[in-house]
Design a protein around this ligand. Structure first.
Ligand code: SF4
Length: 400
């Protein structure tokens, strides 16, 4: 393992591997969207390869200056009910406890939080904790941000201790990319592991939702950090978006899923990227994402095939359950509007579509007989009923 001290870089001009010309070019992007990286992660890059996937993940690219898209593509602010607390599904609350991450993914869907001082973060978690305490229907809490594991161990402990006392909570998860960005956070702080051990009880395990995006992130250090976190009694699941130029190849995705499973990290979600402003360059269309996953799954053992292709849309979390010659099939895995819970959608296949808003739902749904009799009139196609999906010009109301 590499024991050199790790440096944090907050400006591209500090990255020793970049030429002056590159710094000058990329500074224009940095001026818009914050940059942060560390020497451990930068050393995983093959600097002779301009297409290196981790380079693309961490270094600005000029195409981020494309202004298409919304800064809050999933309209998270609609579900913010207290400072730093989102409550979209009745049984689950998201606590945004950290302002920053150890390093910044260029494709981050919450880059708005780093662009200005944000009141979406529970810098003081009191209000958020009070809300959760008073809402007994909340059964699960996800700590997120930013990256909760960038907080001082003592601060994270105070939040976990308060949550641990709430017996109506049945699940506490921590979403973090620290195992990929800086596994030394785990390796070098025994008090962090002790704290995780204290709060991961046999009747309520702590779950770490890791964010490994590419197999090159699963270094010796990262695997050791995974081992220690599991030894501290936590379960580890992985979720990552499918990112153009990073992991959008079936062989790379297959390797990632295999290595994760071998390390004891359960593949959980593979997300299609959100059309956040500045992220157009990273998006992979839904159909292509499905094909990549299907190809990657070929020959994978069952445990590595547990991953679901999903979309975190404003109206809920949809699983993409299939694509055929004519249609894209989706199902609401979670829905903000109870009417959409578990609902299946059959949408006209569109190979360029990256997001639900770009799809057209087919209605009425064709029967199998229709499908096998091409001579019949095609199923009537109408635009998706946006009102049924919870779209409205009016402010969003939650289900509870
Ligand atoms: S770790 Fe998550 S929150 Fe942080 S920059 Fe990456 S995607 Fe965004």
């Amino acid at each position: 393992m590499n024991s050199r001290p790790i440096r944090t870089y907050r400006h591209v001009r500090d990255v020793p591997q970049l030429s002056e010309a590159e710094v000058e070019r990329l500074s224009a992007v940095e001026a818009k969207y914050a940059f942060r990286a560390n020497s451990y992660y930068l050393n995983l890059i093959d600097w002779d390869n301009p297409e290196d996937p981790l380079r693309r993940l961490i270094l600005p690219t000029m195409s981020e200056l494309n202004m298409e898209g919304d800064l809050d593509a999933s309209r998270e602010t609609d579900y913010t009910v207290a400072r730093g607390l989102q409550h979209k599904y009745s049984d689950t609350a998201l606590m945004l406890v950290a302002e920053t991450c150890d390093s910044y993914c260029r494709y981050c869907f919450r880059k708005r939080l780093t662009m200005r001082r944000s009141d979406e973060i529970a810098v003081d978690p009191t209000e958020a904790l009070t809300y959760i305490r008073e809402h007994q229907e909340v059964r699960n809490v996800l700590l997120t941000g930013g990256d909760p594991l960038t907080l001082a161990t003592g601060k994270l402990e105070r939040i976990l201790a308060a949550l641990s006392e709430m017996e109506h909570l049945k699940g506490i998860r921590i979403g973090s990319k620290i195992l990929a960005f800086r596994p030394q956070r785990v390796l070098d702080d025994p008090s962090l592991l002790e704290m995780l051990r204290r709060h991961s009880r046999p009747d309520r395990r702590l779950y770490l939702i890791a964010h490994f995006t590419h197999p090159h992130e699963l270094t010796v250090e990262a695997r050791e950090a995974v081992r220690l976190v599991k030894q501290a009694g936590c379960e580890i699941m992985n979720q990552t978006p499918l990112i153009r130029g990073v992991n959008d190849r079936s062989d790379i995705l297959q390797e990632l899923l295999l290595q994760l499973t071998a390390a004891g990290v359960h593949p959980y979600y593979l997300f299609v990227g959100r059309p956040t402003r500045g992220n157009r360059t990273f998006l992979v269309p839904i159909v292509e994402a499905w094909q990549i996953l299907m190809e990657a799954s070929n020959g994978l053992p069952g445990l590595a095939r547990t991953v679901r292709l999903a979309m975190s849309h404003h109206t809920g979390k949809l699983e993409i359950t299939g694509v055929d010659h004519d249609f894209i099939y989706l199902r609401y895995h979670r829905a903000a509007d109870p009417h959409n819970r578990g609902r299946h959608l059959v949408c006209q296949r569109d190979d360029r579509a990256v997001w639900l808003d770009e799809l057209h739902e087919v209605h009425p749904r064709p029967s199998l007989r229709d499908y096998h009799e091409p001579a019949r009139a095609p199923a009537k196609r109408i635009p998706m009923r946006l009102d049924r999906l919870g779209y409205s010009a009016e402010p969003k109301t939650r289900e509870n």
